[in-house]
Design a protein around this ligand. Structure first.
Ligand SMILES: [Mg+2]
Length: 263
């Protein structure tokens, strides 16, 4: 566990978790709670993580919110495995509410048109071994698990295929193991801001994430809580704390549990 921000006092943070009347834990799934799997439907949480989250929820009155880049339809498996109060999917474009409703945001028409144009040539890259994912507001091309040369070839072909797209309403974003063409307008930071807006000013909260797409969330939580980068290696980030999974992830959740349990 390593503070990346010299102003961070981690003992004080956990004291706050202990005294707060409201506790909120915002969590990415793939790469954060679960190691990556070439077939995402098989990505299981690290050992002990699901049980610790259950304890957090029951004994420490912690609200658990999953904030994932997956489509909500593809998040059903993880949501069945880990306790949660609500979930945000597709980088903030889909919301599975506390009441169990699915709310979706519509990307602007122009962006939808360009995403449609982007999808067909991306799908052709499946023959080179890439995995293509169409979400509410994006097209993602995954090359995780491919040989470096083949992955590079996919990257080049994709750059050629998407060269003619009108990019004013789209953003091209790298993530760990692929690239995503996404409508501008919403990201994980928006999901975090909306969750925080529903909390009292003194709520103790933290966001745990691993990927570049989690940086918007780290930026959004910075003023109110703790951003935690969960990764084997640190990197340039807006998170204030770095933990290496699974050992330090488990230690972080255990400490939250001990701090928040009723005395
Ligand atoms: Mg992730």
């Amino acid at each position: 566990m390593q503070a990346l921000d010299p102003q961070l006092d981690i003992d004080r943070f956990f004291q706050r978790v202990g005294h707060a009347r409201e506790r909120v834990l915002l969590l990415d799934y793939d790469g954060t709670l679960a190691p990556f799997h070439k077939r995402p439907e098989r990505a299981e949480p690290y050992p002990r993580v699901a049980q610790l989250l259950r304890d957090l929820s029951r004994r420490c009155a912690t609200r658990i919110v999953i904030v994932s880049g997956r489509r909500l339809a593809d998040l059903r498996g993880p949501l069945a495995r880990i306790p949660h109060d609500e979930a945000w999917a597709s980088h903030g474009w889909e919301h599975f509410t506390v009441g169990g409703d699915r709310l979706g945001y519509e990307p602007p028409r122009g962006a939808q048109r360009q995403l449609q144009l982007a999808e067909a040539p991306a799908r052709c890259l499946a023959m080179h071994g890439a995995r293509i994912e169409r979400k509410v507001a994006s097209v993602a091309v995954h090359w995780r698990g491919m040989q470096p040369g083949a992955a590079e070839r996919v990257r080049e072909l994709l750059a050629q295929a998407w060269r003619g797209l009108a990019m004013d309403e789209l953003a091209l974003l790298e993530f760990d193991g692929g690239v995503e063409l996404r409508a501008r307008g919403r990201d994980k930071g928006d999901a975090v801001r909306e969750i925080l807006a529903s909390c009292g000013p003194d709520a103790a909260c933290a966001y745990l994430g691993d990927d570049l797409t989690d940086e918007d969330a780290f930026g959004a939580i910075r003023e109110r809580g703790l951003g935690v980068l969960v990764r084997p290696e640190p990197r340039d980030t807006r998170a204030q704390l770095w933990i290496a999974p699974p050992r330090e992830l488990v230690a972080f959740l255990e400490r939250w549990c001990e701090s928040g349990a009723p005395r």
